[in-house]
Design a protein around this ligand. Sequence first.
Ligand SMILES: *Cc1c(COP(=O)(O)O)cnc(C)c1O
Length: 399
Amino acid sequence: MSSMPESQPVKANPSLLEALQAELAERASLGLLRQRRVLNGMQGVHVEVDGKRLLSFCSNDYLGLASHPDLIAAMRDTASIAGAGSGASHLVTGHQQAHEALEQALQALMRLPGILLFTTGYMANLGVITALCGRDDAIFADKLNHASLNDAALLSRAELKRFPHNDLSSLERLLAQSHVRRKLVVVDAVFSMDGDLAPVPELLALCERYDAYLMLDDAHGFGVLGSEGRGILEHFTLDSPRIIYMATLGKAAGAAGAFVAGPKILTDYLMQTARPYIYTTASPAPVAAAAMAGVRLIQQDHARRAHLHQLIAEFRATCQLQRWQLMASATAIQPIIIGSNDEALQVSKRLLERGILVPAIRPPTVPKGTARLRISLSAAHTHEDIAQLLEALHTLEAT
Ligand SMILES: *Cc1c(COP(=O)(O)O)cnc(C)c1O
């Protein structure tokens, strides 16, 4: 032992940290460095940041439920009965009454036989896609799909075929050429940076024709679309055993979490095999209870959704742009294409000076040259809030 050469003391690897620092500096120089804001108080259409009250068009809280008294009360009451933490995964002892009740409420709303809760939408997407697809399969994905769907496809090791946004003939060509075990077409039902809808009836017809299955990520449609808030399925009156439906509970439902809905065999299978379901702690019961209060409001408070749709129509009718372009969208997401990263940032900054918070979304989140303002409307906005935003936009575009 004494003959062993003396080893050098182990040092931190400076080349890694240097590389990271260089990359951060490059992002900063390209104006791509992301920064967090600290919100003081509740999420809502008025938020307080750095002691300043701002009118916000940023959140995905489309129905204004994130700080609704019913959700807050449900969370508080359930914490006193069921505790703060779930303490285990769903399959061990983490599945509490609040989770069970939420699944039942979702089943009643969605009228689909199988419902399975996940802790987040990101995990639901990873769970479904990796459980259903492997090396022998192929995934057909819209180019504008959410990052979690792309990550899931890569993790599954299935062949990943991406088709141009909403391009049915490209998709059909890919499906016709494919001879794998399983084909899964995956799309955002409402595209998160564009606000437009996937042509779901046509996608379903292609799936039937080419024996494929259709996974719909309805993160932005659930609670917003359909007269009862059943999202894209209600909007297009769809019901098919080929559809695998996923929606989140952290957007319109005002809380956190996600669920997958479809045939009972599907959700039974996912419960046994979806790794992000099995190997994670169940979300706290108070969170499930808040989501359940949100789901109840989605189901019962039709006026709230009607008000949101009225604001959407009003915004679109009044928005008159010359250089910038309001995208075609019938949802709460109303993006305005500015074009260059710099101008989008400038406009966002000047809106902020007027007390209005609208994020500038830049590549790589959106394609190059399509930097935009992502305006999201909420049922908690008033007609005056919309008028204030439009007045500011019209003034800034003209100067
Ligand atoms: C937000 C979002 C997700 C992720 O949901 P979380 O519950 O926030 O993890 C997945 N897909 C789409 C389209 C989303 O917008």
